[in-house]
Design a binder for this molecule. Structure first.
Ligand SMILES: NC(=O)c1ccc[n+]([C@@H]2O[C@H](COP(=O)([O-])OP(=O)(O)OC[C@H]3O[C@@H](n4cnc5c(N)ncnc54)[C@H](OP(=O)(O)O)[C@@H]3O)[C@@H](O)[C@H]2O)c1
Length: 274
């Protein structure tokens, strides 16, 4: 199948290229291809892919508080442009969104049909992108995910390993909960979406199991066999520009469950020869 991946140079794009390499891949990213530029529609039509996968986004959560316009241009308006292009092509769009469209005020986690209620600029712009996408086309797979880690991107696992090597006490918040997700597991699930083409709609694709960032860090050091001094702190003690949801774990109620997060993490560490 001819697949167009937009944002391929990033962390998820890196895994998608590897997992989908049996397909004919067309790979776009900045600076040649900018999703905020409407002329990208003509380029999409000329390329005529069978499926478009959008992993391009403004992903700096704290930076978005300062750069609201730029974040909106990519995460909301850019998505609308791609959805228009897909409508012209009569091609499905697989678009990636985030747990940060929710406010985190739940004890159970969020189902696919729960209404978004973002609490920071990144989440607001991603939620706006979701809304625009669903208004413009019915042929979408809106894939929400969270806590991504994998090669070729800034992520929590690599940051912990660097901090562990540097030595000293590491303070991690223990009152924010997520489902850590390995980019390669997500990419394999997206490959299944492409192959099986289930009903269009929203999917929550995450590794199974909810943990706090503190528990996540603890497991990383345990599996890496790296003794560190780890201290649990509260969100109040760890100030960030953007407010984070307390429990934004995504519940996958529609798709074959991905494996438990601990197994995926062990694989990632093995691939890094940790
Ligand atoms: N990382 C996470 O923990 C996480 C969690 C939940 C959801 N997600 C979602 O998952 C998706 C992939 O995330 P990721 O971590 O792989 O992101 P990433 O590593 O930041 O990659 C995004 C790619 O898109 C490119 N890009 C940015 N603006 C663009 C534009 N206007 N036109 C074309 N390309 C553009 C980036 O280029 P530059 O690097 O040059 O800007 C980068 O190559 C995003 O939709 C994100 O919102 C991520």
């Amino acid at each position: 199948m001819k697949l167009l991946i937009i944002g391929h140079k990033g962390m998820l794009g890196t895994a998608l290229k590897e997992v989908l390499k049996g397909h004919q891949l067309v790979l776009w990213d900045l600076p040649e291809y900018n999703i905020t530029d409407e002329t990208i529609i003509d380029k999409m039509v000329a390329e005529n892919p069978e499926v478009v996968i959008n992993v391009a986004a403004f992903t700096d959560v704290d930076g978005a508080e300062k750069h609201k316009k730029e974040a909106k241009a990519v995460n909301a308006d850019g998505v609308a442009i791609l959805a228009e292009g897909c409508e012209q092509l009569n091609t499905p769009l697989i678009h990636i969104s985030t747990d940060y469209v929710f406010d985190g005020q739940t004890t159970d986690g969020y189902r696919e049909d729960d209404p978004p209620k973002p609490i920071n600029t990144y989440g607001k712009t991603k939620a706006e992108g979701e809304k625009k996408l669903r208004k413009i086309t019915e042929a979408y797979f809106l894939v929400r995910t969270q806590g991504l880690y994998g090669p070729n991107g800034k992520n929590f696992v690599d940051t912990m390993l660097e901090k562990g090597k540097a030595g000293g006490e590491i303070k991690i918040v223990s009152d924010q909960f997520i489902r850590p997700t390995y980019t390669f597991d997500l990419a394999r699930a997206i490959a299944v979406l492409i192959d099986t083409q289930p009903d269009y709609g929203i999917y929550h694709l995450v590794n199974e199991g909810t943990v706090s960032w503190y528990e996540f860090a603890k497991k990383i050091f345990e599996l890496a066999d790296m003794p560190v001094k780890l201290k649990a702190i509260s969100s109040k003690e760890y100030k960030t520009a953007a407010k984070r949801p307390a429990n934004s774990s995504l519940l996958n109620t529609k798709f074959k469950p991905l494996r438990p997060w601990t197994e995926a993490l062990a694989d990632y560490l093995k691939s890094k020869k940790v």
